[in-house]
Design a binder for this molecule. Structure first.
Ligand code: ATP
Length: 236
């Protein structure tokens, strides 16, 4: 579904990505793991057209070259990114935040259906429909950010550190919801520092280090690998 070949992105003279390769097949959850500054966020932002990648980088989605597409074009093609830090609109209600997620869609009846699906998945958002997003808890804001992305009906949902800063029981809930979203037919590319949880729900994983792909494999294999356990799982 998604093929990334030799992805290179720089911030001025800082070469953040030095040739990342990764594939995501339809229906999978694939996780991207790495230490701080490894290039995970940069990878997602480059795929989503928010950062310009260098000559020779190739990103394909469903067989089409999307390397130079803008984010809004990519949303229409079925890709969506939930950024790190959630970035909900604090002064807008939960419902209005969700509405913004559907900005590329025109069919009112279908949008209404999607609202219902999102509220079914996140009953807590339904209860807080009229509440200002800025007054939600961290976990609820994360749910809203994911819900808002789902309003665009993505076929590939990319999530950047959805568990960041959340209490352990909320982290569990968020991972369970990501799994549920995947089971309902959305392919997921998940960036996480919480490697243990991410590898528990993922089918496959890629480990990146300072802008390079370091290792890749089945989630179970990675979970059991000594190297991964030492470096990323705190030897659990
Ligand atoms: P984290 O888990 O800490 O968010 P990450 O793996 O997502 O890390 P990136 O945010 O992609 O890493 O950063 C990769 C590299 O690019 C780092 O060395 C970082 O300092 C650098 N970088 C990121 N954003 C910028 C920027 N706006 N300007 C300059 N350098 C940047």
């Amino acid at each position: 579904m998604l093929k990334v070949k030799n992805l290179k992105t720089s911030y001025g003279h800082i070469h953040a990505l030095k040739g990342i390769n990764l594939d995501v097949e339809q229906g999978e959850i694939v996780t991207l793991i790495g230490s701080n500054g490894a290039g995970k966020t940069t990878t997602l932002m480059s795929i989503m057209g928010m950062l310009k990648s260098e000559l020779g980088s190739i990103v394909e989605f469903e067989g089409e070259d999307i390397t130079h597409c803008s984010p809004s074009v990519l949303v229409k093609k079925g890709l969506c990114l939930v950024p790190e830090g959630r970035e909900v609109f604090p002064k807008l209600s939960v419902h209005d935040n969700l509405r913004l997620g559907a900005f590329t869609r025109k069919q009112k009846a279908e949008i209404k259906d999607t609202y219902e699906k999102v509220y079914e998945l996140f009953p807590r958002l339904k209860e807080r429909e009229k509440q200002m997003a800025g007054t939600l808890s961290g976990g609820e804001q994360q749910m809203l950010a994911i819900g808002r992305a789902l309003m665009a009906q993505p076929r590939l949902l990319m999530l950047d550190e959805p568990s960041l800063g959340l209490a352990p029981n909320i982290v569990q809930q968020i991972f369970a919801l990501i799994k549920q979203i995947n089971e309902q037919g959305t392919t997921v590319l998940l960036v996480e520092q919480n490697a243990y949880q991410a590898l528990r729900i993922a089918d496959r994983g890629y480990i990146i280090e300072t802008g390079y792909g370091r290792l890749s494999g089945d989630a179970k294999e990675l979970r059991e690998s000594d190297e991964v356990r030492r470096a990323y799982l705190g030897n659990v």
